[in-house]
Design a protein around this ligand. Structure first.
Ligand code: ATP
Ligand code: MG
Length: 259
């Protein structure tokens, strides 16, 4: 692991970047995962690398869905396995969700490596690994990208995809599932097509969702449903775009000279 001085102003972000690079060398993160992370960093810059209030509301709605689900699954890819495995394992524990390794670029080696990270983080059961003949498929998607576990995402009513691709989000929606995602780009197809989009860094979102789950899990089903009654994903996405746009203007006033 490359050393970064802890007093560097962007220590956490750089440490994370090196974690993702190392994860690629260790066959956990896909090459395209590096590029996806870079795009995420650019949006997170606009958030000042902090969680805005609107995101806490999005996270609360997502947790309410997980707690109300009959059968929920948290989907794990290489990037989230590097960025926040402990929080996602805890979130599964607090909400009763299952964990499934679900990869866009699927190889047996990467599946096994991610499974090991989740085991090290305390997970007991991990779906989506070495499915072989038993694999189920998401209709309308091609090749390896469509493989899911018949006991996991395939039969789930609620799927939390912390980082996902637009085509697969759409396909899961067409299968009738409630899709919850984290995406720092409020305008991606994943963001627009999900039932609840959390526009925040996945590391912060996952951590905060564990705390929210600890609070909400004692609520009645009626109270949890009330959280979702007036929830409008589109309007929450507009709030996030507005927040980013305003931040961009404020930042430019701070950093650029008048004139
Ligand atoms: P879509 O397929 O949904 O239309 P896209 O093709 O533009 O999106 P992808 O390459 O599929 O984008 O995925 C990258 C997305 O993941 C980017 O929108 C990026 O903001 C988001 N992202 C990357 N890293 C993180 C992170 N750490 N936390 C939250 N979001 C992230
Ligand atoms: Mg995409």
């Amino acid at each position: 692991m490359t050393e970064i001085p802890p007093d560097h102003p962007r220590y956490l972000s750089l440490k994370e970047r090196h974690g993702i690079i190392d994860g690629m060398h260790q066959k956990i993160v896909a090459e395209a995962g590096l590029i996806a992370h870079g795009r995420g960093e650019a949006f997170d810059y606009l958030l000042g690398e902090k969680t805005p209030d609107y995101a806490l509301e999005q996270e609360k709605a997502a947790v309410a869905h997980l707690l109300l689900a009959k059968n929920s699954v948290i989907s794990i890819n290489g990037n989230v396995a590097i960025l926040c495995p402990d929080s996602l394992v805890q979130l599964a524990e607090e909400t009763g969700a299952k964990l499934e390794v679900n990869l866009f670029y699927r190889t047996v080696e990467r599946e096994q490596n991610i499974k090991q990270i989740l085991l090290d983080a305390g997970a007991k059961e991990i779906l989506g690994v070495e499915l072989g003949e038993t694999a189920a498929t998401i209709p309308e998607i091609t090749h390896n990208r469509r493989i899911v576990d018949p006991e996991g995402i395939f039969k789930a009513d609620v799927v939390f995809v912390p980082l996902e691709d637009g085509d697969r989000t759409m396909a899961l929606r067409k299968m009738g599932k409630i899709v919850l995602c984290v995406d720092l780009n409020p305008l991606s197809r994943t963001s627009v097509w999900s039932n609840v989009t959390i526009v925040n860094h996945v590391r912060r979102a996952a951590q905060e969702m564990v705390d929210i789950a600890k609070e909400l899990k004692n609520l009645s089903r009626e109270k949890l449903s009330e959280i979702l009654d007036n929830y409008d994903n589109n309007s929450m996405l507009k709030d996030s775009v507005k927040y980013m746009a305003e931040r961009l203007l404020t930042l430019s006033q701070e950093k650029l000279q008048e004139g």
